[in-house]
Design a protein around this ligand. Sequence first.
Ligand SMILES: [Zn+2]
Length: 384
Amino acid sequence: MWSPFGGVRSPFAAYCLLAFFIVTGPARADCPSNPDALGTSRTIAVDPSEHPFLGAFQYRESLPLNDREVVLTFDDGPLPPYTNRVLDVLAAECVKATFFIVGRMAHAYPQLVKRVHHEGHTLANHSQNHPFTFHKMPIEPARQEIEDGFASIRAALGDAEGSGVTRFFRIPGLLRQDAVEEYLSARGYMTWSVDVLADDWRRIRADEVVHRALNRLESRGKGILLLHDIRRATVLALPTLLRELKERGFKIVHVVEASSELPKTQTQPEQWAVRRSERAAIARLWPSADIATHLLPEPVLPAPDASNFRYWRLGGKPRRAERVLHGPGRKEARTASSRRSSAHGRHGPSVTSSSFRSKAHASSTGTRAERSQPTPIWLGAGRP
Ligand SMILES: [Zn+2]
């Protein structure tokens, strides 16, 4: 089938993957910096054209996972400092994930897109602007959103052939419609829905994100877990969530796109099939017509507030949550803090949502060019 990226990954990437399997074997976590790490138990390569729609929530197929296997997915980023911290935590646990990138965010933070790629995670597309209207959008603007999203990720990577970007796509808000799905499958894209939700786009605390993710994974036994790397609660929840997954015997599976250098993982059709009973249960709970209003109500989260971006509380020690979120970089923290103090007085600025957003990005990580980028409008609206 036609591939927008030529269907060829770089020989270097293929060599690295081959070396990984030869050196470590697919079933053993290799994490020299953390012998007790959760690790990535295996990598599976999938052919999008053979399985164009994934996720028990909306489709008849999902990934061919064994019992107690989990695939981590992060949507809506990248956004500093959240995505940076998510990547730090994943690196500490030697866990690989799939990042569904928003094109506008890739344009604003290309260095973070590069980091996701260089650290071996899978890059996927979550549309250019994350419109919450995919279920009722005419096909032409939908096509534009999809293709612009891929183009923005490729541009952020400086990767004209797109060999670093998979053909994986997740519809914003999971707001599917037949015409869009037909377009996606005709283009050879793999549309990802989800198996397990952690509700981390809602106004819930980090411990509740952990609780819901674990309870639902225990209940289903395996699956694609949806998280958001732009959410404070998600970042705070992630270390505990990964530790608990390890304690409970869950394994992390990394998903990549098959290519001529990396043949697809051999599977049987029944491994992809979602049980009829599960589909019936989901249909009762979430009638497809109601997904927009029940599954992902809008707006469900506020824009990040000023504390999300603070490296240090002015005039005091950081709270534990802030240390977890921002890490122990004291020198960097003091620099950021003093910058704000000199600009806004001893006690910091009087924060409004609009004035905050430009300040927040000025004090967050990233290159000078990235810091000058505006906050995407859709993020300001607090949509998932
Ligand atoms: Zn999203």
